[in-house]
Ligand binder design. Sequence first.
Ligand SMILES: NC(=O)c1ccc[n+]([C@@H]2O[C@H](COP(=O)([O-])OP(=O)(O)OC[C@H]3O[C@@H](n4cnc5c(N)ncnc54)[C@H](O)[C@@H]3O)[C@@H](O)[C@H]2O)c1
Length: 298
Amino acid sequence: MAKARIAVVGAGLMGHGLAQVFALAGHDVALTDAHAGTLATAKDRILANLTDLGDDTAALARVRIVPGLADTVREADFVVEAVREDLAVKQELFAEIERAARPDAILASNTSVIPITAIMGNLAHRERALGTHWWNPPYLVPLVEVIGTEWTSPAAIAFTMELHEAIGKTPVHVKKDVPGFVGNRLQHALWREAISLVEHGICDAETVDTVIKAAFGRRLAVLGPLENADLVGTDLTLAIHQTVLPAIDLRPGPSPYLEKLVADGKLGMKSGEGFRSWTPAQQAELRARVLRHLKAAR
Ligand SMILES: NC(=O)c1ccc[n+]([C@@H]2O[C@H](COP(=O)([O-])OP(=O)(O)OC[C@H]3O[C@@H](n4cnc5c(N)ncnc54)[C@H](O)[C@@H]3O)[C@@H](O)[C@H]2O)c1
């Protein structure tokens, strides 16, 4: 694919990583952030990642730090935002982007769960607006969900799929713009049942995590659930569902157990306790373990 001009808005956890991946693949990247301090450290963070991964640090020269939004997006072929997960902030941002960007530039949101229709619905040129949902860390997790709305043109989807394929990601096309898209719907269906098992005293939080990590989690990276269903047989899957599904948590909202943790200030690692207690050393060990695993799988 020809070299494209990419604009990345938001240089936080996700944004600097997106800029890094596009630049490493040879594209020119303009990167901005509303917070001057975050923007000032973006190149250092990208360099640290490139160095740690043994990737070509010359990619850094293709990332241009730009203080203003209009100057960031003006020339871009493809604009992606990774700002705070807040509908009003994203709506306002895209209105501003649309005023400055070329009318044919493709505009993408990296929202985790907010429908793209809600974010982009007020734009004048909705046919070029879509979602590209990356996963953290963006330079290690391959998936990018490409989400179209009822207005998105097939050409915009095709360009975006091709662009992400060419930079080494694994893009998938999500055909309907539903909350959570595909990945977070699947992930949080599992989390709902995980929390419910603890809430109902069936096992403790550590046991939930051990069951997943020591059993089907081992296979998940190479065996998706529907491949697995076909492997064991749809007839067996049906029999299992007849017994198990009626017992599974079906409440439509968040668990009261989770709501109480939050109300009690048990916010997880950031407060030292959530479902479990975490010393600083345990937190560091967990983060290092995840990174080691993702790097080995790269
Ligand atoms: N963290 C994850 O694991 C993850 C994974 C996938 C998708 N996402 C999504 O990516 C987006 C960004 O998440 P993050 O974790 O990188 O957040 P973050 O808080 O690390 O970074 C957000 C950045 O956006 C900047 N910002 C806020 N408003 C802005 C504006 N109007 N213009 C320019 N910059 C602005 C902030 O200064 C901040 O640096 C969110 O929508 C989030 O849901 C996050």
